[in-house]
Design a protein around this ligand. Structure first.
Ligand SMILES: [Fe+2]
Ligand SMILES: [Fe+2]
Length: 155
């Protein structure tokens, strides 16, 4: 499953300014699953969400979808780091959408839909953060597809 050339051009043009930011580049330094960095994982999620949107004619706002997907795990710490408190390690699944959203708001001033995409991507784990916009639903699904591929199939 990959983007064709036209899709790739749109994908790159929307995300270019975000990918050039040094804090986004820092996501390369943190590991998401197996050998996959948080940046690779986030790009996989963005591409998967984009393809689901096109395949099922969901009609998302492309920028909200791709920016939200790219920044959905923008929490900027290594949750495998043994120096983190046990509390942070245990709570990472619940708390990292909030941390990622705060970072993305502070650095990029993201809009409400993009905030929802980030805050709700772990649903149903985060019970009360239910994705409502189509962009948030797609990223929530794409994140689970990618996490599964990256851990089980070492994609
Ligand atoms: Fe996440
Ligand atoms: Fe993720």
């Amino acid at each position: 499953m990959g983007l064709n050339q036209k899709q790739q051009e749109e994908f790159d043009s929307i995300l270019k300014e975000y990918l050039e930011h040094p804090d986004v580049q820092r996501m390369k330094d943190y590991c998401a699953h197996g050998k996959i960095s948080v940046l690779e994982h986030s790009l996989n999620v963005a591409a998967t969400a984009y393809l689901l949107d096109q395949r099922f004619h969901v009609g998302s706002d492309r920028k909200d979808l791709l920016v939200g997907a790219l920044l959905h795990d923008f929490y900027l710490y290594d949750w495998h780091d043994a120096r983190l408190s046990l509390n942070i390690f245990q709570m990472h699944g619940y708390t990292h959408p909030g941390s990622a959203c705060e970072n993305a708001k502070r650095i990029f001033g993201i809009n409400e839909v993009q905030q929802e995409v980030i805050r709700c991507h772990m649903w149903p784990l985060t019970l009360r953060s239910v994705p409502r916009h189509r962009e948030a639903v797609l990223v929530c699904i794409a994140d689970k597809i990618c996490a599964l591929k990256e851990t089980v199939f070492r994609w």
